[in-house]
Structure formats: C-alpha cells, structure tokens
Design a protein around this ligand. Structure first.
Ligand code: UFG
Length: 329
C-alpha cells in the first residue's frame, strides 16, 4: 500500500515525504509545482505533476498505485493574498479538495489527513486555544480550511471517508539532515526573513507592530518544528488505518514567543547582528496565538522532538546558510 502526499513538494509536504520514507512507507507525490520545488522531494518517490482540480491526473495516480491513505497539503497559503484574491483561494483550496474527495470516494480510499490551520480560529477567545473554541476566521485562507473541515465531516457521514484535520500553528525549522527546508516565493514568514537578513540578502527585518497587548508589544506566536508536524501526521494516519474516528487536533508547542524574542534568539544562534525596524501592524494579525496540543499529545501519543525555539532556529539556519538561494542551483 502507498500513501499519496498531495502538495508533497512544498515546505511541509516535503518534510512529510521524508518522515514517511524514514518509516518505510511507499510514497506517491502529486504536486502542480506552482509553489513546490522538484529538489524538495528526495528519496525513492513516484512523483506526478498535476493539479487536484484535474480529474484525469487523479484517475491516473489512483489507478496506477495502490493508495490506502492520502495526506493533503496542496493549497495556497498566503493570508494577505487570500484577502485580495478570495476566489483564487476558494477555487484552489476548496475546489481542489472537493475534486480529491470525489476521486477518493470513487476509488474507495477511506483515510485522509488534512492540512488545516490556526487561522480557522481567527481572533482567539482563549489562550491557549482548544480545538472546541470558537472558529471565526478573519481571512479567506482560514475560511477555506474551515470550509474543507466541514466538507470532510459530511463526507465521513455519507461515504465513510475518515479524516484527521490538523490545525498547525507556526510551522518553522528545517529537516535535521539540512537537505530540505523552507523556500517560499515570495517569502513572507518571520524566521526565513530574519535569516535572509543574517545572510545579507535583506538589509533589515521589519517588525509589524510594537503596540500589541503583549509583554514587549510585538506579536506572540507558537512555533512548531516542521518535522514534528510531519510526525503528528504519520501518527494520525496510522490511527485512521487502525479504525480511528475522524478528529481535529491543534499542533503547536504550547509556548509563545514574540517577534522580538525570535529576532534575539536568531542573533544568538547566528552570531550576527540583525537590523530590525518597527513598521505598522500587518492587517489581520492576532496579538497572540498559542495552541493547546494536549489532545494530540494524549490521543495520538505525539511527542514533539525539536520543541525549543533554539533548536527550531538552528535547524532553519543550518538549511539557509547552506542553501543561500533556497532550491535554486
Ligand atoms: N512578522 C514580522 N515581520 C515580517 C514577517 C512577519 O513582524 O517580516 C510577524 C508577523 O506580523 C507575525 C509573526 O511575525 O506576528 C509571524 O508571522 P508569519 O508570517 O511568519 O506567520 P503568521 O503567524 O502570520 O502565519 C502563520 C502561518 C499561516 C497561518 C497563520 C495563522 O504561516 O499559514 O499562522 O494565523 F494562516
């Protein structure tokens, strides 16, 4: 049996492929390579190029392989872009998953692990955030992921497709081998941008707002290592394979760090002075996002391995300093 990883050439998807191979799974990747990188898929993997909205490629992948489970990362994921182009986001993120689910139903594939997000909560009502807290997304990206979670619920009800939706907080870091890491175009995430300043590729980091209601005025986030996210997916997948029920879990470390703290830790790890400047707030940024991952720890027996911010940034630095231009040769 093989696991199909949709979006397996992306940042989290490529770390998922590595995790599956390390656990002796057969892996098939489907990616449209709009954001993914061919060199991010390492190891013995069958790769198909195509889009989830294209039924022909889904038929090809599902008829040529013996797939028993799918992990779906294929989506657009820029919060700001989702606000200016909501239709693009609903079309790709919701349309793509509907097309995938239709094919899974037709080919009798009953297990799916879905890549969801903390953005499903919007402005949180409690810290740490629990899975049962109010979901009121403040941007189309979060809305598309919440919409898919609802679609999954009804597909379980009607077709018996079992799902685990994993709501990630701030994915960060890179594979311990240093071979794969984070390379978004354009880059919008905090840690890779700070590391670009350390590498002299940017003059300074702009801190988006220092007047939030947080200890130092800058936004607080819960950074979770990308390989720890991958290990949670595999645990979730195996639980589904063993007859587990459909569930939703948060994935974070349960610890918050401010933008300034992340910059300070990065200075310490790189030994480089990183120039920072205060800029206006970025629209739609909640002040504090911290997960309670107790449910995943208890029910999936998930144990994050790289759970200190230092380790997360060290692994990211190890990737970036050896791949100054990311996946470009
Ligand atoms: N930030 C800066 N300067 C930058 C970039 C980011 O100050 O140049 C700040 C942001 O304002 C935010 C924090 O650093 O406070 C983290 O920002 P990221 O863009 O790295 O991550 P987000 O918290 O915005 O986004 C993450 C995921 C999204 C998900 C969102 C849920 O990347 O996919 O959490 O709220 F939707």
């Amino acid at each position: 049996m093989s696991v199909l990883v949709c979006g397996g050439a992306g940042y989290i998807g490529s770390h998922m492929v590595a995790e599956l191979l390390e656990n002796n799974e057969d892996v098939v990747v489907l990616d449209n390579f709009q954001k993914g990188h061919r060199d991010a898929v390492i190891g013995n993997v069958k790769v198909y190029e195509g889009d989830l909205r294209d039924r022909k490629i889904l038929d090809k992948v599902l008829s040529e392989n013996n797939i028993d489970a799918v992990i779906d990362f294929a989506a657009d994921s820029l919060v700001g872009e989702s606000v200016s182009e909501p239709l693009k986001y609903f079309n790709n993120n919701v349309g793509g998953t509907i097309s995938l689910l239709q094919a899974l139903k037709d080919y009798n594939v009953k297990n799916i692990v879905f890549s969801s997000t903390a953005a499903t909560y919007g402005e949180p009502e409690n810290i740490p955030i629990l899975e049962g807290d109010k979901t009121f997304p403040t941007n189309p990206y979060g809305e598309t992921k919440l919409t898919v979670e609802k679609i999954l619920k009804w597909c379980d009800n009607a077709y018996g497709i079992k799902y685990t939706a994993l709501r990630y907080f701030n994915a960060a870091g890179a594979h311990i081998s240093g071979k794969i890491g984070e390379d978004h175009r354009p880059e919008s995430h905090l840690i890779p941008i700070i590391l670009q300043v350390a590498l002299g590729k940017r003059e300074k980091i702009m801190i988006f707002g220092n007047d939030y209601n947080t200890p130092d005025g800058t936004c607080v986030r819960d950074y979770i290592h990308v390989s720890d996210l991958a290990s949670a997916h595999l645990l979730a997948l195996n639980k589904l394979r063993q007859g587990g029920e459909s569930k939703i879990y948060n994935l974070g470390n349960g610890k918050g760090f401010s933008v300034k703290e992340v910059i300070d830790v990065t200075k310490k790890i790189t030994g480089i002075d990183i120039k920072a400047e205060i800029a206006p707030r970025r629209a739609g940024d909640p002040a504090v996002l911290i997960a309670s991952s107790e449910k995943a720890i208890k029910e999936l027996h998930w144990k994050p391995k790289y759970d200190s911010l230092e380790t997360i940034i060290e692994t990211a630095w190890n990737y970036h300093k050896n791949h100054i231009n990311g996946y470009d040769k």
